[in-house]
Design a protein around this ligand. Structure first.
Ligand code: TUI
Length: 316
């Protein structure tokens, strides 16, 4: 499938890999890019020099375009942006904030800028500030989320901006990708399905939890802090929900969660880890290579879009 996004990024398929903190390292990003998508190294909460080392490692693993996701709540975000400029990565996506102040510098270095936005207002602001595209991420997604669903967000942003739109949140197969295109998107960003990719170097326990998840396996904690996070249900999630109901302060609450994503990704700590994943985890039932995942998404979407009228139950 060729779209404005494949053109913009010089990639084969309009599929971006989500910039999952602690998860998305050089191995995953390079595997996605080698498969014709756009891999992203997650800045997450890492210091800038760690991100630089991952960029250098990804360059050894692929000669295809890849990018960096900058999580703007990271105090090192300005230095990570500087590293992206020095290393001239192909694309920077941003999350958890407004990247307005960085867009000019990134673009001057020839880097494509694609902010993740949770609302029409921010999408319009990003277009005015010079963003090349936006990722519209619905609250079906894992991790830090906004309040709108993908189904409601994507068409409203597609109507509001001229730059290309990438849909995210709840997309894990060709049906989701085709639906995103019909809603007005020119590409998709996929996170949860890559958690079980062979090249994804997370703990065995994390992969098993995703493989075993069902439709109702995720919960959202921390709504009252202004930074809601979707994770798979476990002891940590239940304790966070209980603390929330007991009237804990936002500061104490955030302290409770500190370090828990690392415990999930690296230690596979089923009790105290924060296993971030989207609502679509219930449909992610096998371990595959990134190439298999990308081919399945793209070929499935192409087939459906070519033959849209044969979708079960539709008569016109
Ligand atoms: O950023 C994400 N997902 C994330 S970041 C993350 S790391 C983390 N760990 C623990 C607690 C909190 C975060 C895990 N998952 N997705 C993109 C995203 N961006 N979702 C929502 C937003 C967003 C929210 C507000 C983007 C912009 C925004 O703007 C507010 C403003 O300043 O206008």
């Amino acid at each position: 499938m060729k779209t404005e996004i494949t053109q913009l990024l010089g990639i084969e398929y309009p599929i971006l890999q989500g910039g999952m903190a602690w998860v998305a390292n050089a191995s995953l990003a390079a595997a996605v890019s080698n498969a014709g998508g756009c891999g992203l190294i997650a800045g997450g909460a890492a210091p800038a020099e760690i991100v630089r080392a991952e960029i250098v490692r990804a360059r050894e693993l692929t000669d295809k375009p890849f990018g960096v996701n900058v999580m703007l709540m990271n105090p090192s975000a300005p230095e990570i942006i500087q590293v992206c400029i020095e290393e001239k990565v192909a694309v920077v996506t941003t999350g958890a904030g407004n990247p307005g102040q960085y867009i000019e510098g990134l673009k001057a270095a020839g880097i494509k800028v694609i902010p993740v936005v949770p609302s029409v207002a921010l999408a319009k602001r990003m277009e005015r500030a010079g963003a090349d595209a936006v990722v519209c991420e619905g609250m079906e997604a894992g991790g830090h989320i906004g309040s709108l669903t993908t189904m409601a967000l994507v068409p409203q942003i597609a109507d509001a901006v001229k730059i290309p739109v990438i849909a995210a949140g709840g997309i894990a197969d060709g049906r989701g990708m085709a639906a995103a295109v019909l809603l007005g998107a020119q590409g998709v960003q996929v996170g949860t399905r890559f958690l079980t990719a062979r090249e994804c170097e997370i703990s065995r326990a994390y992969k098993e939890l995703v493989l075993e998840a069902k439709d109702t396996s995720t919960v959202v904690t921390g709504q009252f802090t202004g930074h809601p996070v979707r994770t798979l249900k476990n002891k940590q999630a239940r304790e966070m929900l209980k603390a929330e109901a007991s009237g804990i302060s936002p500061e104490e609450f955030e302290k409770m969660g500190a370090g828990s994503l690392r415990k999930a990704v690296q230690d596979g700590d089923l009790e105290n880890g924060s296993f971030m994943a989207g609502q679509i985890a219930g449909m992610v039932n096998r371990e595959e290579s990134c190439a298999e995942i990308i081919r399945d998404l793209n070929d499935g979407a192409e087939r459906l879009l070519r033959d849209a009228l044969k979708i079960r139950g539709v008569e016109i």
